[in-house]
Design a protein around this ligand. Structure first.
Ligand code: NAP
Ligand code: HSE
Length: 427
C-alpha cells in the first residue's frame, strides 16, 4: 500500500483525486500497489467542496501529513514559495518522495530542493510545473543524455495565451478575457504572475536549468508581460498579417546565455501563431536530434492532474530520475540579439510626433513610421531588447506605449507586403 498526502485541494488537487479514483485499477495494475490518499491539507476546512473527496481526510494541520511516518509521497499543490518550500523541505527530510506542480517554488530553489532529494535518496518530480499536460520535463531529461541543447522557446503560459486568443478571435477586452481564464481555473492565485510574464519566466528558468546543466534563476530571465497590449494594437497586428504571442525563450552556447519572456509578433500562418486558447507549445533545438516541438494543453484540471499522476506512478515504480544542474558554469556573456520591434505611442498632442522622431534620431536607428488614430506606430529595425527599453525610458512613454518584438522570419514576410503605407526613415 502506498499512502499519499496531498497539500492543496484546488483545481489541480481535485483533478488528481478524480484521476486516482477513476483510473484506480489501471494505476494499481501498473504499479502493483494499492494507492490511498490518506490526508489532504487545505486552508479553509469550512469551504464547500466537491463530493469526490471524503471530508474526514481533510486537515488544516500540515504536520498531519509531513510528520506522519505512514505517508510515502507528498504531493504539493498549494502553490507559491512559502509555505510550500518549507513543506517540501520537511517532507524530503522526513524521508518522503515529493511530486509538485509548483513552478514558483522550483524556480526559486531548484538546486537546493533537487540536492536535498538526492541527499535523502528520495525523488522530487515536477512534470506538471511546466506546460501543464505536455510531457516535457521527462523528454528533456532523456534528450540531454546525448544532445547539447542550444535553444528552448515556446508559449508557456495558458492564461495569457487564452486572453490573447479571445482578444484576437472574439474582440473581447483584456479584463473580460482574464475573468474567463480565472473562472476555468487556468490562472494563478494572483493572476499578476500570468499577465506580467512571471509564470512563463519561472517555466523557462526550470526548462533551461535542466537543458543547459547550470542553474538559471527566475531573476536571470528578462521578463515582460502582455498588460500594455490594447484592442488597437491587436487590430494593427491583424493589418500587418501578424499575431501576438507571449514567448519564453532561452539560448546558450559555451560563451553566451540569454533568457527572456516577451510579446512576439508572428506571421499569422506560422505554427506558433496558431497555438490558441490555453494550449502551449515548446520547441527544443538539440545538436543531434534537431528541432522538436511539443504541443498540448498547458493548464487546467485534467491535463495538469494527468502530469501529477504520471509522476506519482514513476515514483512508485522507482523512476526517480534525478537532475544535475551543477554540471557547468553559467556563461557570463549576454549576447546582443538584434531584432525588429513594433512600438505604438499614444500621442498627447498633434506636434508630439516631431519631437518623438527627433529624439529617436539620436539613437541612429533605421525605422518606419505611420500615424493612426492619435497614435504613432514605429517599426524599429535592428535594435536590441535593452535599447528599446532605453528609448521608451528616454521618451518617458512607459504608461502610454506598447512594444513587441517582430519574429525575424515574420518580419521578412511582412516587410514587402504590408509596410508599404509606412514612411521610411533611414538614418
Ligand atoms: P488553487 O486552485 O488556488 O488551489 C490551491 C489549494 O491549496 C487550495 O485547496 C487551498 O486551500 C490550498 N492552500 C493554499 N495555500 C495554502 C496554505 N498555506 N495552507 C494550506 N492549504 C493551502 O491552485 P491550483 O490552480 O490547483 O494550483 C496548484 C499548483 O499547481 C500551483 O503551484 C500552480 O501554479 C500549479 N499549476 C496549476 C495549473 C492550473 O491549471 N491550475 C496548471 C499547472 C500547474 P483552500 O481550498 O482551503 O483555499
Ligand atoms: N497559470 C498557469 C498558466 C497554469 O496559465 O499557464 C499552468 O502552469
Amino acid at each position: 500500500m502506498i499512502k499519499i498526502g496531498l497539500l492543496g485541494l484546488g483545481t489541480v488537487g481535485l483533478g488528481v483525486c478524480e484521476i486516482l479514483l477513476e483510473k484506480k485499477s489501471i494505476i494499481e495494475e501498473q504499479t502493483k500497489k494499492t494507492i490511498e490518499i490518506s490526508k489532504i491539507l487545505v486552508r479553509d476546512l469550512e469551504k464547500d467542496r466537491d463530493s469526490t473527496v471524503d471530508s474526514k481526510i481533510l486537515t488544516d494541520n500540515p504536520s498531519d501529513i509531513l510528520d506522519d511516518p505512514g505517508i510515502d509521497i507528498v504531493v504539493e499543490l498549494i502553490g507559491g514559495i512559502e509555505p510550500a518550500h518549507t513543506y517540501i523541505t520537511r517532507a524530503l527530510e522526513n524521508g518522503k518522495h515529493v511530486v509538485t506542480a509548483n513552478k514558483a517554488v522550483l524556480s526559486h530553489d531548484l538546486l537546493g530542493l533537487t540536492n536535498l532529494a538526492k541527499k535523502n535518496n528520495r525523488g522530487i518530480l515536477f512534470e506538471a510545473s511546466v506546460a501543464g499536460g505536455i510531457p516535457i520535463i521527462k523528454p528533456l531529461k532523456e534528450l540531454i543524455k546525448i544532445n547539447k541543447i542550444k535553444e528552448i522557446k515556446g508559449i508557456l503560459n495558458g492564461t495569457t495565451n487564452f486572453i490573447l486568443s479571445k482578444m484576437i478571435e472574439e474582440g473581447i477586452d483584456f479584463k473580460e478575457a482574464l475573468t474567463l481564464a480565472q473562472d476555468v481555473g487556468f490562472a494563478e492565485a494572483d493572476p499578476t504572475d500570468d499577465i506580467e510574464g512571471y509564470d512563463a519566466a519561472r517555466k523557462i528558468s526550470i526548462l533551461s536549468s535542466i537543458a543547459f546543466g547550470y542553474n538559471v534563476a527566475f531573476e536571470d530571465v528578462d521578463c515582460r508581460g502582455i498588460t500594455s497590449i490594447s484592442a488597437l494594437d491587436i487590430d494593427f497586428f491583424k493589418k500587418l498579417g501578424l499575431t501576438v504571442k507571449l514567448i519564453g525563450s532561452a539560448y546558450s552556447n559555451d560563451l553566451d546565455f540569454d533568457a527572456s519572456v516577451e510579446p512576439v509578433l508572428l506571421n499569422t500562418n506560422s505554427t506558433m501563431a496558431n497555438v490558441n486558447d490555453a494550449f502551449n507549445i515548446v520547441s527544443i533545438e538539440g545538436d543531434i536530434v534537431g528541432n522538436l516541438q511539443f504541443y498540448g494543453q498547458g493548464a487546467g484540471k485534467n491535463p495538469t492532474g494527468n502530469a501529477v499522476v504520471s509522476d506519482i506512478i514513476d515514483i512508485i515504480n522507482g523512476e526517480l530520475s534525478h537532475i544535475d544542474i551543477e554540471k557547468k558554469e553559467k556563461p557570463a556573456n549576454t549576447p546582443k540579439i538584434l531584432s525588429n520591434y513594433y512600438l505604438r505611442i499614444s500621442l498627447k498632442s498633434q506636434k508630439e510626433p516631431d519631437f518623438i522622431l527627433k529624439s529617436i534620431d539620436r539613437y541612429e536607428l533605421k525605422y518606419k513610421f505611420i500615424r493612426e488614430e492619435g497614435n504613432l506606430i514605429l517599426i524599429l529595425q535592428n535594435i536590441g531588447r535593452q535599447e528599446v527599453k532605453d528609448v521608451i525610458e528616454d521618451l518617458e512613454i512607459e504608461n502610454r506605449s506598447c512594444y513587441a518584438k517582430i519574429d525575424s522570419k515574420s518580419y521578412y514576410f511582412i516587410q514587402e507586403l504590408n509596410l508599404e503605407s509606412f514612411n521610411e526613415l533611414v538614418v
